[in-house]
Design a protein around this ligand. Sequence first.
Ligand SMILES: Cc1cc2nc3c(=O)[nH]c(=O)nc-3n(C[C@H](O)[C@H](O)[C@H](O)COP(=O)(O)OP(=O)(O)OC[C@H]3O[C@@H](n4cnc5c(N)ncnc54)[C@H](O)[C@@H]3O)c2cc1C
Length: 405
Amino acid sequence: MNITDSSAVRPCTSCQMCAAVCPHEAISIQLDDDGFYRPRVDEARCVDCNLCTKVCYRFDPAPRRTATSDLEKIPLLAATAQDKTLLDETTSGGIADLLARELIAEGYTCIGVRYADEDCRAEHVIAKTAEECTAFRGSKYIQAYSLPAFRHLVNHCREERFAVFGTPCQIYAIARFLELRRLRDRCVLVDLFCHGCPSLHVWTKYSQEVKQLIHKPHFDRVDFRSKVKGWGYFYVVVVVVDGIKAFISSPRKDEFYTLFFSDQVLNEACSTCIARSTLSYADIRLGDFWGRKYATDMQGVSAVAAVTRKGQELMETIRPALSRCDRQEWETFLPWQSYGRDYHPDHTLRRTMLDLLKTPSVPLRSAVKAFYRHQTMPQRLKRFAKQMLFYFPPKWVAIIKSRIG
Ligand SMILES: Cc1cc2nc3c(=O)[nH]c(=O)nc-3n(C[C@H](O)[C@H](O)[C@H](O)COP(=O)(O)OP(=O)(O)OC[C@H]3O[C@@H](n4cnc5c(N)ncnc54)[C@H](O)[C@@H]3O)c2cc1C
């Protein structure tokens, strides 16, 4: 039995741990036609050891769920780093970076995600120094290519202590592998409150179109969600070339985020992801503290679920570097998140959009138009109202958000 077995009970999350754990390197990871990473098995090399299915979410009959009563026992913190430069370069309160640096100082090898423009992708890489962790700053809202870094963890987890930052589905699979090896206590796992990952064709097309627009063959840096207009303005993508901001997307009509939040072209597994809606695998989960409470904050506030004792100790250790660290109630935060929610994409529309996205000659806006055409009148009115909001100054928008949520 291997990862291709028909007894799977769920769709593939694209986490890539199946390939990383394979002792015979019989599994490779390839992009499928729709732009999602999938395992491919070389049957000639496979010895049916079954290890790939043992760490896989698709074959798990009962992933551990966090009961609401247990959730209340997990400290939820609203936290912000003191360092202003760090806040400028990170997505919410800069906590991931402080944790990574602390973990490096404690002797852990960190695995986090950087953006690699030469391959037009995000990828997990190994960091052994604080300096190397700088590339992890900022969320890249696409599925990372993770196989080499995860394989390094699998091969070295007995002699090295690892701290891994990743999406809930990736952290789920790593936790299961470490539990199988009885090494879970040696590692620190940090995951994210996660909306999901869109087809990689969305980002590929977006970046190609921006490169054409600004007449540049490459980006030096991409801020998938810059704070140039404040923390709440997450429709802004800034691309830096030769030290200058060469492109800032309009928050009113950013095509990448329109498709990201359409929920129509996310990985199939994202629609019903259980890993997103449980806190049973990570030591810490990080997110944006959306909701009314911090809506007028322009620098960024992280939501930190300090799940395990190790997670709580780490938060205590980095506390001197924080300008804010307030314990908050879950109900001030959770209603603004995808935690506990399923998405219901329209299957015909999804197919149409994915077909448009995979056709090289078709521009990204065609998929956006297909989505808009499918919207009902109330949805169109809501979209129009949101777009109008962006004509107001950022501070006003923040105040309106703090009133209406
Ligand atoms: C695909 C995706 C969806 C998300 N959805 C939500 C959401 O719905 N709600 C919410 O509150 N927060 C969401 N987040 C998390 C949020 O964007 C911030 O990462 C989080 O608030 C931590 O911010 P920070 O300032 O502490 O760290 P940042 O400086 O923003 O650091 C980000 C950390 O995440 C890691 N990372 C970056 N990109 C990826 C990636 N593609 N895959 C795996 N790990 C990555 C980096 O290694 C780094 O450790 C999402 C993140 C991603 C990558």
